[in-house]
Design a binder for this molecule. Structure first.
Ligand code: CTP
Length: 411
């Protein structure tokens, strides 16, 4: 087994005042077990949840809490310059706000300003706080500044409430830290990318829908790979529960919701990867009440949805557009035709309807189709390899173009 990138790494673990602070003890244990040297910095309110002594005993180094109180006259610059990585877990709404604004009013925020090391923040707070526009704005700023933000998960919260807000599990945070530390190939740093994933569900009545077999695996793999390579990714998915950690996720159900979330972001992004299986048609009407068996077989009239990718192709300026096509025959020819028809930069054409390729499998028989060129066969390949190929094309397109100034015309 390859050594963890945490082996020998110098890590500052920042702990802020949330109930999830108790999980930071396990995080510290996992970081040290992976071979990291860890210095712990607690905010004043974190010490109300867990005693510094617990961290000191586990790390073998005195946990720090005070900018002025220790024998070290300038602990923040010492720690900031020493660190290979700073991870804040849990990160409260207050910490996110201070970090996003460049404020430094305690030891931890001073360390965060005094470091050039990558920063990972594992957010944790009550659902209402998480959903505040101000908090989401701060998060957006932090992501734009290159920090790696791990969204909270759904689960039990302080006071017995249930909902989105619980800090990601320590094992997930460790994985993200390893990923950040091993990120030599951050060739998508500064790129803003929207990725769609999963099959849309078009409601017939309050309990039934028209759907498809997509599991979201392909789109989630692209989102994870692009994020690992430094892109700022927004994942618009119908399968948020299996979304990769550390990627901003927007849950949607229908083609209309997906179209809205993608189109409203389009002007501000460098690329869109449409891996979702979007319904081409939806029921023209959704019954307000559940359809009853005794009323006999219903006839469901369908109407077309917006073809999101075609709409993006019609209106794109500098953005790179990547589409997918599921075909049962003449795959490369159909793929090349769709590239032209939808004004795309890349289309991954997949064979469907066989056992080893298509929905829910780990492998695909795929072709890469680009404008004005013959399709490139990838043979029987993995979804991870397809994600890598897509990100390679995106990185190639971004070369020589500062973030936000891509131009497909120079490709
Ligand atoms: N797509 C989309 N909006 C839709 C339908 C599809 O953005 N309403 C996108 C998919 O995400 C995919 C691409 O279009 O990236 C190709 O979809 P596909 O269904 O394979 O092809 P279509 O162009 O819809 O043509 P057909 O189904 O007739 O093969």
């Amino acid at each position: 087994m390859a050594a963890s990138p945490l082996a020998g790494a110098r890590v500052v673990l920042g702990v802020t005042g949330g109930i999830a602070a108790y999980k930071s003890v396990e995080l510290l244990r996992r970081l040290t077990e992976a071979g990291a040297e860890v210095e712990v910095v607690l905010t004043e309110s974190a010490t109300r949840f867990v005693a510094p002594l617990t961290f000191t005993a586990l790390s073998g180094r005195t946990a720090q809490t005070d900018l002025f109180g220790s024998s070290d006259p300038i602990p923040h610059t010492r720690l900031g310059q020493w660190a290979d990585l700073v991870v804040v877990a849990p990160a409260t709404a207050n910490l996110l706000g201070r970090l996003a604004s460049g404020l430094a009013d305690d030891l931890l925020t001073n360390v965060l300003l005094a470091t050039r090391a990558p920063v990972v923040v594992a957010c944790a707070m009550h659902t209402e706080m998480w959903e505040q526009p101000s908090v989401q704005r701060n998060l957006e700023t932090l992501r734009r500044d290159g920090h790696r933000c791990i969204d909270p998960e759904k689960g039990r919260l302080a006071g017995g409430d249930e909902g989105l807000g619980r800090m990601a599990e320590p094992v997930t945070i460790v994985e993200v830290c390893e990923d950040v530390l091993s990120g030599g190939d951050r060739d998508l740093a500064g790129c803003r990318i929207v990725v769609t994933a999963g099959g849309t569900r078009e409601p017939i009545d309050p309990v039934r829908f028209v759907g498809n077999r997509s599991t979201g695996k392909m789109g989630h793999t692209v989102a994870e790979e692009a994020s690992r390579r430094g892109a700022q990714v927004v994942l618009v998915t119908t399968q948020p529960d299996s979304a990769p950690a550390g990627v901003e996720t927007v849950p949607v159900e229908t083609a209309e919701e997906m179209a809205r979330e993608v189109l409203e972001r389009f002007a501000d992004v460098d690329a869109v990867v449409m891996a979702a299986a979007v319904a081409d048609f939806r029921p023209a009407e959704t019954a307000a009440g559940k359809l009853k068996k005794q009323d006999g077989p219903p006839s469901i009239v369908l109407e077309p949805t917006t073809d999101i990718l075609a709409e993006l192709g019609r209106t794109k300026a500098r953005q790179i557009l990547v589409g997918f096509a599921a075909e049962t025959e003449r795959v490369p020819e159909a793929g090349v035709a769709k590239v032209e028809a939808k004004n795309l930069d890349l289309l991954v054409a997949n064979l469907v309807g066989v056992d080893d390729s298509g929905f829910g499998t780990d492998t695909n028989r795929a072709w890469l189709c680009r404008p004005g060129r013959d399709a490139e066969s990838l043979g029987l390949t993995t979804k991870a390899a397809i994600a890598t190929a897509i990100c390679d094309d995106l990185a190639e397109a971004s070369k020589g173009h500062p973030a936000g100034e891509w131009s497909s015309s120079t490709r």
